[in-house]
Design a binder for this molecule. Structure first.
Ligand code: FES
Length: 310
């Protein structure tokens, strides 16, 4: 899809929001809370961003981007190069972090820019008249985006963990206080998500949901295996030092990808035979055990051959 960058707004220190509207007027494709879009920044450079606006608003998409100084270049590109009026290539919405809308109670935990998927969730929950609470941690008041939008609600806890006398969220206490059948959603830095997973929350399966927006993925670059592409009949050797995605792209195979670190799900490919070495944060443990698909941007192979459905 093509979209026009209509507006850029400062939201907090290092965080801008971007309003994208249809090039030819009309409406944007619908989305559900938790969805993201992939944004093509330049050939070979794409990134995924959560949609921030109320899903009931169909005239535009809003995304927010934190300028990661030590990042891989995507956020710097956006903060330094994007200009109002320019035309952007974006994907249709995809949702790896869907919300269970009929939950008795919803607990949202957002860290830093991880607040973004929570905003459309709140909009939808309010519309449905459902019970919810939000716990939001940022480094400081200056670096906390969207606090103004949250100020109308009394079910919001905001903590600042980077200022003198500040505090972190007490994830254990939040989980312990949540009703037994509540659904919990956590999005934030890797350390926070790891802590959330470690607490385990003692929830029924599928009641604790997490979304990574960046990850310290240990990429599989050991190589030493062969890819057989069932549809094209190609055979590609993956060499030491390259990822499966590197090998596929070098061989001229067109595979979609965005985050390149195993979190967005864009590069998922069906596995027909062989044993993947899963390194991503996208597939569930059950999906990984089933070995039916693989994230080619970061994962490798435990078997000498891997047969892919491409
Ligand atoms: S490109 Fe995002 S998971 Fe592979």
């Amino acid at each position: 899809m093509r979209a026009r960058l209509k507006n850029i707004r400062w939201e907090a220190e290092g965080i801008n929001s971007y309003i994208l509207e249809p090039v030819d007027g009309g409406l944007m494709p619908p989305f559900d809370p938790g969805a993201h879009i992939d944004v093509q920044l330049s050939p070979g450079l794409a990134r995924s961003y959560s949609l921030v606006n109320d899903p009931a608003i169909r005239g535009y998409y809003e995304i927010a981007v934190h300028h990661a100084i030590d990042g891989r270049g995507g956020s710097r590109h956006i903060h330094e190069k994007w200009q109002v009026g320019q035309i952007l290539d974006i994907s249709e919405p995809k949702n790896n972090f869907p919300m269970v809308e009929d939950a008795s109670h919803t607990v949202m935990i957002g860290g830093g820019i991880g607040i973004t998927p929570m905003l459309p969730m709140i909009a939808r929950l309010e519309k449905l008249g459902k019970s919810w609470e939000l716990h939001y941690v940022a480094a400081s008041p200056e670096r906390a985006a969207y606090v103004d939008r949250l100020s109308d609600y009394d079910r919001v806890e905001i903590a600042y963990d980077g200022i003198p006398g500040g505090r972190r969220l007490d994830l254990k206490a939040i989980c312990a206080a949540a009703p037994a059948d509540a659904h919990l959603y956590c999005c934030g830095p890797g350390g926070m998500l790891d802590a959330f997973v470690a607490i385990n929350c003692d929830r029924p399966k599928g009641h604790a949901h997490i979304e990574y927006f960046s990850a310290e993925t240990e990429m599989a670059t050991e190589g030493g295996y062969t890819l057989e592409l069932a549809r094209s009949g190609k055979t590609i050797a993956v060499k030491e030092g390259e990822t499966m995605l590197d090998a596929l792209l070098s061989a001229g195979v067109n595979v979609g990808f965005a985050c390149s670190e195993g979190i967005c799900g864009t590069c998922e490919v069906k596995v027909l035979d062989g044993i993947p070495d899963h390194r991503d944060h996208f597939l569930s443990d059950d999906d990984k055990a089933a070995n039916r698909s693989i994230m080619v941007c970061c994962s490798g192979s435990k078997s000498a051959n891997l047969v892919l459905d491409i």
